[in-house]
Design a binder for this molecule. Structure first.
Ligand code: UTP
Length: 627
């Protein structure tokens, strides 16, 4: 360093009252001090005080790797500023949680579980339709938040998960489905309330270094799927420092001795990011009332959103968790009320492997059991949350969005004194209610899994190993679930839809229903679908139908083959009569066949488009398709 720079560092240090001497604890750092700014020296002092001197043990003499050394402190500054309370707080929490983990402490000690209050909905009945309508009305006061920073290691897909087609009949990817659903909700809400049609529903995507650039690219190369670019905001979560031992000493990156190893902190980061970005306050000031959180690969989600939002508004829930019926011991967390003798109480997701022992320890001899309905009384959490903005901001103002964390070290042996590999603190967005007062209105909304939940999390090999009767949660089952849901909705709306056949793709036996897909704006709610299907419509099992347009009406349509209709909003199209052709056939593909694109390989089939009736209405007017 030039002497003037050194002088100015020394000067600023003395101004700050520092006379650092790290020669005893970190001699290699001491030798390099002149490379660092006053702020960096302050960070170094904090690290040493927090027992992190090992980070400097291998530092080279000044003049060697100097840029890397500066890079180290840039990383430390980032890790420090992105964690509520800074690294000091991270290390303190880590030590406490690691000590609890070593001692085998149960986080739920002293709590008694019981079934909380919530709403159980039956698709298509009047109650459901009323909640849907209430939800659509509220939608213009909502903001949506997609957490999409996860690595997706279990799926093993090379791209980002939101770029995967939710179904391959139309090729709509998850992100497109989400944006189009929000836009449809925005329009429906405006229409229903005859409100301010300029109002745009804000949409936030939480990304990470693993997904950020590719998410932007997907949005930009598709013109934001019709959404105004200003309506979408990306918030990038940072990773957190890895921990090498029970003293919470940071792990050194195996690829660079001047970096701390980092790993994702979990989707719980979304709360602190919404808070620190100022978005929550801006939404509040704009009169919004709800924030809805959801995950990256659920192609059914928006079939459940309107009714669930209606439940939130009607029951005035501060927190509403979407849930599905859960079989006892099924590998999905249960929404549980926990009450402590000291007066603490919360409604929270309890992981399935914790629920059974907790029940047994509190006098329920059989543990996690089904009741007379054939299901566990504890609903299955699907991690889609609806929070009311007022109490949410109030709580985050206290906590700055930090969520109760956990640590999950894999120990080398029973002494629990060392780890197989480094660990880190993690947090989950559904743990938000843990800090709420006992008076908070925390509820749930249960809907059938066929309507609400079909995530794509598992790769073909792992999905094929899932025990029979349990959901595969693969790209194959995710796509088939969309066809099943659409078929069942049409049935409920009065159409005749043939039963499915069983087929095996990528080693997974699935029900194959007619491949029916529609744009969200065609039928986001059941009432909308019912309005658009009349007379005696019938769909054979080998049929495919794709509806892309708002005002397409099916009247006495009989389909045995493939039918694709697209229409602009100002074109009203009635579809009648009988459509019969050779249609589109599902053809097995091997998931190891590298000549097949990965998007198709991971579902085990591709669509062989043999023959279809295809119509496109691009002019305004009234039309009738009666082949
Ligand atoms: P998953 O449990 O599916 O985790 O995350 P994952 O990391 O994506 O996948 P695996 O476990 O490596 O296979 C649930 C949701 O939370 C998001 C994911 O993108 C997904 O929408 N997530 C997860 C984040 O946004 N950040 C994280 O740090 C972790």
């Amino acid at each position: 360093m030039a002497s003037s720079a050194l002088d100015s560092t020394t000067e600023s240090l003395s101004k700050l009252g520092f006379h650092p001497d790290f020669s005893a604890s970190a001699p290699n750092l001491q030798k390099n001090l002149r490379l660092l700014s006053a702020e960096q020296i302050e960070l170094a002092r904090m690290l040493l005080e927090m027992g992190q001197s090992h980070l400097f043990e291998h530092w080279a003499e000044p003049g060697v790797d100097d840029e890397e050394k500066k890079g180290f402190f840039e990383q430390v500054a980032r890790l420090n500023s992105s964690y509520p309370g800074g690294l000091e707080s991270y290390i303190k929490t880590a030590r406490e949680l690691l000590a609890d983990s070593k001692a085998g402490k149960n986080p739920f000690d002293g709590f008694t579980p019981s079934v909380p209050k919530g709403e159980v909905l039956t698709f298509g009945d009047n109650n459901f339709i009323n909640f849907e309508e209430a939800g659509v009305r509220e939608a213009q006061k909502a903001a949506f938040v997609l957490v999409a920073g996860g690595l997706g290691e279990r799926l093993g897909y090379n791209g980002i998960k939101v770029a995967l087609p939710a179904e391959t009949t139309t090729g709509t990817c998850f992100l497109q489905y989400y944006l189009e659903s929000i836009l449809a909700l925005q329009e429906d809400s405006c229409r229903l309330t005859q409100g301010d049609c300029q109002a745009q529903i804000p949409f936030v995507i939480m990304t990470s270094d693993d997904t950020h650039a590719r998410t932007i690219q997907l949005l930009e190369s598709n013109s934001y799927f019709g959404m105004e670019p200003t309506q979408v905001k990306l918030l990038k979560q940072e990773k957190v420092a890895c921990l090498a031992d029970n003293d919470a000493r940071f792990a050194i990156d195996p690829n660079n001795k001047y970096r701390i190893q980092t790993k994702p902190h979990g989707h719980g980061d979304v709360h602190s990011l919404l808070f620190s970005s100022g978005l929550l306050k801006a939404w509040h000031a704009a009169g919004l009332r709800w924030v809805l959180f959801f995950q990256d690969t659920n192609g059914l989600l928006f079939k459940a959103i309107p009714a669930a939002l209606g439940v939130s508004a009607t029951r005035q829930y501060h927190v509403n968790s979407l849930a599905v019926p859960r079989k006892a011991k099924e590998a999905i967390g249960g929404i549980t009320k926990l009450t402590h003798a000291d007066g603490r109480a919360m409604v929270i997701n309890v992981e399935y492997n914790q629920l059974d022992p907790l029940l047994r320890a509190t006098g329920h001899d059989g543990g996690d059991l089904n009741d007379e309905t054939g299901y566990s009384p504890f609903p299955g959490n699907i991690n889609q949350l609806i929070l009311e903005i007022d109490p949410y901001i109030e709580e985050l103002t206290k906590t700055r969005g930090s969520i109760k964390e956990f640590v999950n070290p894999k120990y080398k042996d029973a002494s629990k004194s060392s780890f197989k590999s480094s660990t880190r603190l993690e947090c989950m967005m559904q743990d938000y209610p843990k800090t709420l007062p006992a008076s908070a209105r925390v509820g749930f909304t249960v809907m059938d899994a066929w309507l609400a939940y079909a995530p794509v999390k598992n790769n073909p090999e792992d999905a094929a190993k899932v025990p029979k009767g349990n959901p595969y949660h693969s790209a194959t089952s995710g796509e088939m679930a969309i066809y099943r849901a659409n078929s069942l909705i049409l049935r409920k709306a009065g159409a005749q839809v043939s039963d499915p056949v069983l087929q095996v793709f990528n080693g997974q036996e699935v029900e194959v229903w007619p491949r029916i897909a529609w744009k969200p704006k065609w039928g986001l709610t059941f009432a909308e679908v019912k309005r658009k299907v009349s007379g005696s419509c019938a769909f054979s099992q080998r049929s495919t139908m794709a509806i892309k347009g708002r005002n397409i009406f099916l009247e006495d349509l009989s389909l045995d083959g493939a039918l694709l209709i697209e229409a602009i909003d100002d074109a009203e199209v009635k579809v009648r009569g009988s459509v019969q052709n050779k249609g589109w056939i599902l053809q097995n593909v091997d998931h190891k066949d590298a000549s097949v694109p990965e998007e198709l390989r991971i579902r085990g089939f591709k669509i062989n488009k043999i023959e279809q009736l295809e119509k496109n209405y691009s002019e305004p007017g009234k039309f009738c398709l009666n082949p």
